[in-house]
Design a protein around this ligand. Structure first.
Ligand code: SF4
Ligand code: MG
Length: 338
């Protein structure tokens, strides 16, 4: 079976003094073996929270799983429901099956240990190797992620490395347990454009070599085209569109997806023709007071008063698994192809 992960109707809510924040409110997606799924949305859309829920790293309280299931196929071939798994089994999944990298490696790297010690520690912990073997493997990992002179670099402390180097170290650490799923949460956002491109290139190459699946979380649809097979666009805790990467760019059906696409700079156009970036008007809504109906309606130029502000639009199949949550997707498609 090619299905690695299946998230069904996931709801993650947080209790606050002012009320319940429905950070993720009924989200479903799946990831097949070797596939890259991009989860795209502005900050606060729930994309990171859904990933943390998969890792069972939501602090509870104030967080709670208000519904849903997460099915994951372990390396042993068995499908497990992660939300109900005993903690000791979950710890094994976190170490061996699913790894995660974040935007700022400095927060995950310990400043008082060398990078060699930190990668080796992960290898000792998860693979039961000796320290000496682990350091040898750590050097191999640094080599794999394109860090020159790996044996020398093992002795570096995190602050002795550039941001791009540190992110490579994080990737090396994540891959040292040979995961079947890598969750990459805005892994390149803090890096400059050139380094960002190198890290994305590296992740793609490693994926081809290792065959792992990637869940790529980003606010930037611009970096997704090269990386992803499929794209889920999230807004205010819900999936509003899901499509393969080609249709996400060629046939976007949700006004929010269209807005995200319009704010991506076009590198293929000459400076003369380059359109001014059209940002989406307005702000992400306060999660405590989500607009009624379609949560995007206050920012949507297609919104129909009395319709869009009444009921949450259903997620509909626009053909070939292209899913969209907008009452006007048919007109939008017709208009785009007219
Ligand atoms: Fe815009 Fe209405 Fe579609 Fe929501 S349902 S995206 S408000 S047209
Ligand atoms: Mg985030």
């Amino acid at each position: 079976d090619k299905r690695l992960l299946e998230v069904k109707g996931l709801k993650v809510h947080f209790k606050t003094d002012e009320g319940i924040v429905k950070a993720v409110d009924g989200v479903s997606y799946h990831i097949d073996k070797g596939e890259t799924l991009a989860v795209v949305g502005e900050s606060g859309s729930g994309k990171s929270v859904s990933a943390l829920a998969m890792m069972r790293l939501i602090p509870m309280p104030p967080g709670m799983i208000a519904g849903g299931e997460i099915h994951f196929r372990g390396k042993d071939g068995e499908v497990k429901e992660l939300l109900s798994l005993p903690e000791h089994e979950m710890r094994r999944i976190r170490g061996n099956d699913i790894a995660m990298i974040f935007q700022e490696p400095m927060t995950s790297l310990n400043p008082v240990y060398t990078v060699g010690d930190q990668i080796a520690e992960a290898i000792v912990l998860h693979q039961g190797k000796s320290k000496k073997e682990a350091l040898e493997l750590a050097a191999d990992m640094l080599d794999l992620v394109g860090i020159p002179e790996p044996h020398k670099r093992l002795k570096n402390y995190p602050h002795q490395m550039s941001g791009g180097m540190r992110q490579r170290v994080m990737i090396a650490m994540a891959l040292s347990c040979n995961p079947s799923l890598l969750i990459a949460d805005e892994p390149t956002t803090a890096l400059d454009v050139t380094i960002q491109a190198q890290i994305l290139e590296l992740m793609k190459k490693l994926q081809e070599e290792i065959g792992m699946s990637i869940m790529f979380i980003t606010h930037d649809l611009g970096v997704v085209a090269e990386m992803a097979d499929r794209v889920v666009v999230m807004y205010a805790g819900r999936a509003v569109e899901e499509a393969d990467v080609v249709n996400t760019y060629k046939d976007p059906l949700h006004p929010y997806t269209m807005g995200l696409l319009n704010s991506v700079p076009r590198v293929d156009e000459s400076a003369v023709n380059q359109q001014r970036l059209e940002a989406i008007p307005g702000n992400v809504p306060n999660p405590l007071f989500l607009p009624p109906g379609c949560a995007f309606h206050p920012r949507c130029k297609y919104a129909v008063p009395g319709v869009c502000d009444q009921e949450i639009p259903p997620l509909e199949d626009a053909g070939n698994g292209h899913m969209v949550r907008c009452v006007r997707w048919r007109e939008i498609r017709e208009e785009a192809h007219a």
